[in-house]
Design a protein around this ligand. Structure first.
Ligand code: AMP
Length: 464
């Protein structure tokens, strides 16, 4: 299959060629011809599959030639996070470089005045997070009654972040006669319902089962006592050849705390979560891309879908609440066929069920590595496997998403005047019984890990 066979015009083909793409990815091969035929699409694909180009390339073709009126965008792409919206906008610039189409990026944390000026001039493609879009809609700065193409991207993430009511409101303002595309890595019943309501006779295209992990990522699991997780992380950092890494925490407050802890021990580390000012998020991301920051300690919201090539490692400092997040997290490495490595630090007595859920989802067990910390050793590993086997037998179903276990919610919605401030679900304890243990308590003596910490930090991990 060749890009020329998909029905794209010469300008788009030229832009793709200059970008260095030779062959369409499976989602592009399947979706582009259908979108060009103006079909509604449900795309079951995760980030990293080339799905952004799969909707942007045909959108450019369809929109080319029309003219946008002031404040009345002709198409709308909804993204759950600011970073993803910015990435899509960048993609639009790259693929649309030979077309005179206009775009606006409406995200929280950026100047509303500049966004309104762009809207006033008329835009062909509006790329937005739901909160800021509704804000500007309520102020009368944008009208949605000329939208002809609607893309709801990362729908399952929108669900996790509590954006579905906002999406429903937005869709109710968009004309019913339109082309709609819904992309999601997974298809929970809520998203299925959304698809049934918002799409007309959609064609479903799916690539690679949504819950598979790339073969190029070597996965490891270590068990430790909760108070020893930081020490465990450090012992892995010392043993591994880490070029750069995402370190995922489940809660925003832990992101900041762990980043400070690593900095205090001389590591080049920075936090990244949804409550940080947008300018700082952008700057941190840029420094990470440029290699000025080696370890990015982050939440799921901040890192979802980030496309940074050559990330050598992903660490799950916390086992993710939702098994699907595991797949997304480790998908930050091993991209574009490069090798990557992921390490998951599981807390004994707390994370057994979550690990079982992940292994059930990815349909394989994650090799357990013993690093000499608490709970290592062949015997205990075998015991644990037996326990997990028992748990698998006991639980005939996947754990349900519980509100307590939802990941961080983007602050975009909270920017809205008069809107309810977002509840910080993230900072709620995971379990109320027994009371949560704080993981900033110091663990046993460093010697338990056989290393004298702080003496021999490798150069590549040092703060720059
Ligand atoms: P996405 O799934 O949209 O986040 O894309 C993941 C990565 O794949 C991005 O870095 C794209 O630039 C890249 N990409 C998209 N389409 C192709 C293609 N046909 N060939 C090679 N790389 C691609």
């Amino acid at each position: 299959m060749n890009f020329k066979d998909l029905g794209l015009g010469p300008e788009v083909l030229k832009a793709i060629e200059e970008r260095g793409y030779n062959t369409p990815t499976p989602i592009q091969a399947a979706a582009i011809p259908l979108i060009l035929m103006t079909r509604d699409i449900i795309g079951l694909a995760q980030t990293g599959t080339g799905k952004t180009a799969s909707f942007i390339l045909p959108m450019i073709e369809i929109l080319y030639g029309g003219r946008a009126r002031s404040r009345m965008p002709r198409s709308l792409i909804l993204e759950p996070t600011r970073e993803l919206a910015a990435q899509v906008a960048e993609n639009f610039d790259i693929y649309g470089k030979y077309h005179k189409l206009t775009k606006a990026l409406l995200v929280g944390g950026a100047s509303m005045g500049d966004q309104v000026k762009l809207l006033d001039r008329g835009v062909d493609v509006l790329i937005a997070t739901p909160g800021r879009l509704l804000d500007l809609f309520e102020r009368g700065s944008v009208l949605l009654n000329d939208i002809k193409i609607l893309v709801i991207d990362e729908a399952d993430r929108m669900l996790d972040m509590g954006f579905i009511p906002d999406i429903e409101r937005i869709v109710s303002k968009v004309p019913p006669v339109r082309q709609t595309m819904l992309f999601s890595a997974t298809m929970p019943p809520e998203i299925k319902k959304l698809g049934d309501r918002f799409l007309t006779n959609p064609k479903q295209v799916s690539v690679a089962p949504p819950a598979t992990t790339a073969e190029t990522v070597k996965q490891w699991l270590v068990w430790t006592r909760r108070p020893d997780k930081k020490k465990m992380l450090e012992s892995i950092l010392r043993k591994e050849d880490v070029k750069n890494a995402f370190i995922f925490c489940n809660r925003k407050k832990d992101v900041g705390e762990l980043a400070r802890w690593l900095q205090g021990r001389g590591y080049s580390a920075a936090p990244m979560h949804g409550d940080m000012p947008q300018s700082m998020r952008t700057q941190t991301l840029q420094s990470f891309r440029e290699g000025k920051i080696v370890l990015m300690v982050c939440s799921d919201v901040a890192a979802r879908g980030l496309d940074i090539s050559g990330v050598s490692h992903v660490f799950n400092f916390d086992v993710p609440f939702n098994a699907e997040d595991y797949v997304h997290r480790i998908g930050r490495t091993g991209r574009a066929g490069l090798d990557g490595c992921s390490w998951t630090i599981a807390a004994e007595g707390d994370d057994e069920k979550s690990v079982v859920a992940i292994e059930r989802l990815i349909k394989k067990s994650i090799p357990v590595e013993s690093l000499g910390g608490s709970g290592g050793g062949e015997h205990s590993r075998n015991d644990r496997r037996d326990n997990r086997r028992d748990e698998r037998r006991d639980e005939g179903r996947r754990p349900e998403r519980s509100p307590d276990r939802r990941p961080e919610r983007s602050p975009d919605r909270g920017d809205r005047p008069g809107g309810r401030p977002p509840r910080d679900r993230n900072d709620r304890p995971v379990r109320s019984d027994p009371p949560p243990r704080r993981d900033n308590r110091e663990g046993p003596a460093d010697d338990a890990f056989g290393t004298k910490f702080g003496d021999d930090l490798p150069d590549f991990l040092k703060r720059r």
